[in-house]
Design a binder for this molecule. Structure first.
Ligand code: PLP
Length: 459
């Protein structure tokens, strides 16, 4: 291995399992590469061939992440002699791309849907026989009449579909259902993140739940501590609270045997700290085991619906720098604007919506380049369309725009939510999306033409 490539890899934190970058490296020429077994994808070639802005999805990363989670939980179950089962449910809303969902179910994930339209895709998969019919489906989100009818239809076809009751109207419809149902606990303990609201409308408080008449088939107690819990203590404290409700509810509802912790497992977008999933799950299983043994009840089954954690690391987004500009204002640590041929407010909207941070690196690394403190600007005309880094700067190779010397940058971990939230501010086109698998490239979404974008607005 080339010494300069090695130093570069370290600088940009590639090849590190805990940061989900073990698939990425620089080759001896300084080009960013992605490795899939013996297949190597040269990201600069792909950017030149397909143009930018460009999203690249790597389904094999998903395969491996699901496999790792299922291996980890089955070894913990063995080690702790845990008697309940573990089910991973992939929340489709994190990324509904067909290749993502197929990779998930192919590796043994179950599904969680948030809407009629997502459950409709499950029905489609059922008709095309593209999944194992033993798969379980959890249905969250507001149950419109259409959504309820489809739940009913699929249940009658023999599919294990479990609606989670989130409000009073849904309670009326499902309390005496002859199929399994779940109910959502409104958790008063929430983790600290800017998008976790202290009050939301989902679910029922402990008091409301314990006052309810017995259900016909209550199976699952679902709760959510909010996205991106930062501390192990957060998830344990909220699980303890939920377990208390669970055991009380079980006194009236013998069929209740599953606890669903929802989503929220973070990933190290910022590359500053690690989140040890093995430790978190071990503590969780231990807690479930100890609390149920204290009360002499069987260990509950555990469901988790981690979305961002699973899919974010499986996609990267590449932009070309289309201009650079010195920052001359005083009192700002950044020195140079890098303007990209895409937009944060459109393609990476969480940058703007929830102050999401990203790891950024050069796609073609010149090794000898000095670094500078950059800010990155999207190419909409909006002054909010910027990314200013983790600590107010984005370190990047010092580059001045030169059409004869193109320069690309990559954003890692862009696989979750950004596509479904994407918009068309200033009528910019969405990135082209390609899928890299088994050494082949498939175009999953063509570059939108002006005609395509105009159609969204009735032109
Ligand atoms: C959004 C959502 C998830 C996934 O959340 P992440 O933070 O991406 O893990 C899981 N379950 C439900 C019910 C959700 O609404």
């Amino acid at each position: 291995m080339n010494k300069r490539a090695r130093a570069s890899r370290k600088l940009w934190k590639l090849g590190i399992s805990d940061f989900n970058t073990k698939y990425f490296d620089f080759n001896k020429d300084g080009d960013l590469i992605a490795k899939e077994g013996n297949n190597v994808y040269n990201i600069r070639y792909l950017a030149e061939k397909f143009g930018t802005s460009l999203e690249i999805l790597f389904p094999y990363i998903l395969d491996e992440r699901v496999e790792d989670l299922l291996d980890l939980t089955s070894s913990l179950i063995k080690k702790l002699k845990y008697q309940g089962k573990f089910y991973y449910h992939y929340p489709m809303k994190s990324n509904q791309t067909k290749e993502v969902v197929m990779a998930m179910v192919g590796e043994g994930a179950n599904i969680e849907t948030a809407s009629f339209n997502e459950l409709f895709l499950v029905k489609k998969m059922l008709e095309q026989e593209t999944f194992n019919q033993q798969m379980h489906i959890i249905c969250n989100g507001p149950k419109t009449e259409k959504y309820m009818n489809l739940i009913d239809e699929l249940q009658h076809k023999g599919l294990k579909v479990i609606p989670i009751i989130e409000g009073p109207n849904e309670l009326k419809s499902f309390q005496y259902s002859r199929f399994d149902v779940g109910i959502r606990l409104d958790m008063p303990v929430k983790s600290k993140a800017i998008w976790n609201k202290p009050i939301d409308r989902f679910g029922f408080t402990r008091k409301e739940l314990l006052k309810m008449e017995p259900f016909k088939n209550l199976k699952v107690l679902h709760y959510r501590i909010g996205s991106k819990f930062e501390k192990l203590g957060d998830i344990l404290a909220s699980t303890k609270y939920a377990l208390n409700v669970f055991f009380k509810l079980k006194e009236k509802n013998r069929s209740l045997d599953t606890i669903d912790i929802g989503g929220g497992m973070p990933i190290p977008f910022e590359r500053t700290r690690k989140y040890p999933v093995d430790k978190i799950l071990e503590k969780l299983f231990e807690l479930l085991k100890n609390e149920s043994e204290k009360r002499g009840v069987p260990h509950p089954n555990l469901i988790c619906e981690w979305g961002r954690y699973m899919v974010a690391p499986a996609q990267i987004t590449i932009y070309k720098i289309i201009d650079t500009k010195k920052i001359t204002q005083k009192g700002i640590s950044a020195k140079k604007w890098y303007v990209i041929d895409g937009s944060f407010m459109n393609d990476l909207i969480d940058t703007w919506a929830i102050e999401q941070k990203w790891a950024v690196a050069p796609v073609s690394n010149r090794f000898d380049d000095k670094l500078t403190e950059g800010w990155i600007s999207g190419s909409s005309c909006d002054s909010d369309d910027i990314y200013t880094g983790v600590d107010g700067i984005v370190p990047l190779p010092d580059y001045d725009y030169d059409p004869n010397d193109p320069f690309y940058i990559v954003f890692f971990d862009t696989g979750a939510y950004q596509d479904a939230l994407a918009s068309h501010h200033c009528m910019l086109s969405s990135p082209l999306k390609i899928i890299a698998e088994n050494g082949h490239i498939v175009i999953a979404r063509k570059r939108e033409s002006s005609e395509d974008v105009g159609k969204n607005f009735g032109w």
